[in-house]
Write a protein that binds this ligand. Structure first.
Ligand SMILES: Nc1nc2c(c(=O)[nH]1)N[C@H]1C(S)=C(S)[C@@H](COP(=O)(O)OP(=O)(O)OC[C@H]3O[C@@H](n4cnc5c(N)ncnc54)[C@H](O)[C@@H]3O)O[C@H]1N2
Ligand code: MOO
Length: 403
């Protein structure tokens, strides 16, 4: 049997970061930057006012107090967006708005709250030191500075600075497009009536959602029955739009295993037993001329979800151009004993919480079967029990993968 680490290594050795493409800024959210971005101008591009008030020479208001206010004539009015303006000479002021350029001659801004708000002349009741309420050119970014480096995931703030340095398009690795395909003659689309022996297809919805949660684009393809030829047709049709494919079901030892039967003969997808619980049967390889990575996950819902977290999510990160490896873990104390089969690494469904003293504690949920999806839905973490351990008593430390 292959170890979990060996299987992940095979997956990460196979998948490649997607080729960069240029996209409009509106389409860049969630993508990973594939270039270093510099600013063609300083930011702010010019000295400007941080407040609504009056631009003035600080020396002219140095003695202003409530008791001895200073009255000065207002020579101009500048709003944000104004380009041309008069210089402020000694003994004069210009009314100024937030974001407006500071006129030559002025070295400080008196906030309107410190004055009578006059428009022909203004009474200043408080001194403003040099530089007060002035945002200096280049104090956020100097001209030519790198504002974002390749490999940065673009969130809202990053999109903001890209626009802030004048970019309309940007080079990114696109979010991987992932097709999810469930197999099984027993599967019925949720919303339809169940017949004898049937169940609703939960995996394709769950896995498509997991793909989206992982920051990739998920497409749910129509479920196929247990016919390998139909499965290959559906796969062929879906490959056009796929950077990766996830299938669920049809990979174990039964008489009708369409995924294994269809893909096995191609020779590019290997079916392995991985020493883990749940999720032992795993298929992985590449399909089609473009050698699209394909994950053939086991059909048991909890098995397919665990497999996604352990193998597919790291692969999607690598494809997106992000650092990829095993899921991050924290340590926590067991509030009840945990059991695990010998020779397999177990991923037990647990509730992770904080005890009174702030320490992380885990409680296994009731129902650790690989078909028990409701139990999975009530958990918020996996407790990891190593291959050589069969029992973890209460009060011991375990590694935990928060979900
Ligand atoms: N003789 C053996 N039998 C099984 C073995 C084995 O080693 N020897 N392995 C077991 C393990 S472990 C797993 S996991 C499953 C994997 O089975 P398959 O990947 O072939 O999946 P199916 O047989 O199609 O389905 C398994 C189970 O999951 C349900 N299922 C499937 N798809 C969905 C879906 N889209 N939504 C909801 N539920 C789904 C299906 O009805 C079955 O109950 O094999 C064991 N057997
Ligand atoms: O390993 Mo299977 O994935 O237990 O149910």
């Amino acid at each position: 049997m292959r170890s979990v680490d060996e299987h992940l290594a095979v997956v990460l050795d196979t998948v490649r970061p997607l080729a960069p493409i240029e996209v409009e800024l509106e389409r860049a959210l969630g993508a990973v930057l594939a270039e270093d971005v510099t600013s063609p101008v300083p930011l702010p591009p010019f000295d400007n006012s941080a407040m609504d008030g009056y631009a003035v020479r600080s020396a002219d208001v140095a003695h202003a107090t409530e008791e001895t206010p200073v009255v000065l004539p207002v020579i101009d009015d500048v709003a944000a967006g104004d380009g041309a303006m008069y210089a402020v000479g000694p003994g004069l002021v210009t009314r100024i708005m937030t974001g407006a350029p500071v006129p030559a001659g002025a070295d400080t801004v008196v906030p309107v709250e410190w004055t009578d708000g006059g428009t022909a002349s203004v009474t200043v009741r408080r001194a403003a030191p040099p530089g007060n309420a002035i945002r200096k050119a280049g104090e956020d970014v100097r001209q030519g500075d790198t504002v974002l480096t390749a490999g940065t995931m673009l969130g809202a703030a990053q999109i903001g600075i890209l626009a802030g340095v004048g970019r309309r398009k940007v080079l990114v690795r696109p979010r991987p497009r992932v097709v999810v395909l469930s197999t099984g003659a027993e599967l019925v689309e949720p919303g339809n009536r169940l017949g004898a022996g049937q169940i609703w297809d939960s995996n394709s919805f769950m896995l498509t959602a997991a793909v989206q949660e992982a920051g990739a684009e998920g497409f749910r393809a129509a479920t196929v029955t247990d016919d390998p030829a139909r499965f290959l047709d559906q796969l062929d049709a879906q490959l056009l739009r796929a950077d990766a494919v996830i299938t669920s079901g049809g990979v174990s030892m039964g008489a009708y295993e369409p995924v294994k039967e269809a893909l096995g003969p191609l020779g590019t997808v290997a079916f392995e037993r991985v020493a883990m619980q749940p999720g032992m049967p795993q298929g992985f390889g590449v399909v089609g001329e473009e050698r699209v990575p394909l994950f053939a996950l086991p059909g048991n819902p909890v098995s397919s979800f665990v497999s996604f977290i352990l193998f597919v999510r790291p692969a999607l990160r690598k494809m997106a151009g992000l650092p990829a490896g095993p899921p991050a873990t924290i340590t926590a104390t067991t509030a009840a004993p945990l059991r695990s089969p010998k020779g397999k690494r177990s991923f037990l469904r647990v509730v992770l919480s904080r005890s009174g003293d702030g320490a992380a504690v885990v409680n296994p949920v009731r129902g650790q079967g690989s078909h028990q999806l409701a139990a999975l839905a009530s958990a918020n973490a996996f407790a990891v029990v190593p291959e050589d351990v069969t029992e973890v008593p209460e009060g011991r430390t375990v590694e935990v993968i928060p979900l």
